[in-house]
Write a protein that binds this ligand. Structure first.
Ligand SMILES: [Fe+2]
Length: 144
């Protein structure tokens, strides 16, 4: 159970880090295809942000408190921060890598949920993985 709780915290932090990065890219993207990127990134951050609340509430259901500070979220996040403003295509490539990393954590969470005999959490994480596999396909398609 401890393993699952720890993994769910990393999933929360990484989901938050990924959400925040996508939102800043939505604001800052430039180039001839601006409108297309801006809209794609807008849909993406909304979708990723939409899962933050449920992940945090799963932690509460497991009997622990959710993080209360941005610094703690950052500590838990496996998404590195981007301080400069990359080109649109580089943004897609960065997000592809971050999304892949997030899926590694989701897979680890699914295994931990199975070991902790928490099928409802495992099921939830499988749904998340399904969403992020779709994001991976789309992000990959920009750079292929
Ligand atoms: Fe916007």
């Amino acid at each position: 159970m401890e393993q699952l709780i720890q993994q769910m915290k990393v999933i929360l932090g990484t989901n938050f880090g990924l959400y925040f990065k996508v939102h800043t890219f939505h604001w800052n993207v430039t180039g001839p295809d601006f409108a297309q990127y801006h809209e794609f990134l807008g849909d993406l951050y909304e979708s990723i942000y939409g899962n933050v609340d449920t992940i945090a509430e799963k932690l509460r259901a497991l009997g622990v408190f959710a993080p209360t500070s941005l610094s703690r979220m950052l500590e838990l996040s496996d998404v590195t921060e981007t301080e400069n403003i990359p080109s649109a295509i580089t943004m897609m490539s960065i997000l592809k890598q971050d999304n892949d990393r997030f899926m590694v954590h989701l897979r680890a969470g699914i295994v931990a949920a199975d070991e902790a005999n928490e099928p409802a959490i495992g099921n939830f994480l499988q749904d998340l993985l399904d969403q992020h596999q779709k994001h991976a396909w789309m992000l990959r398609s920009f750079t292929e």
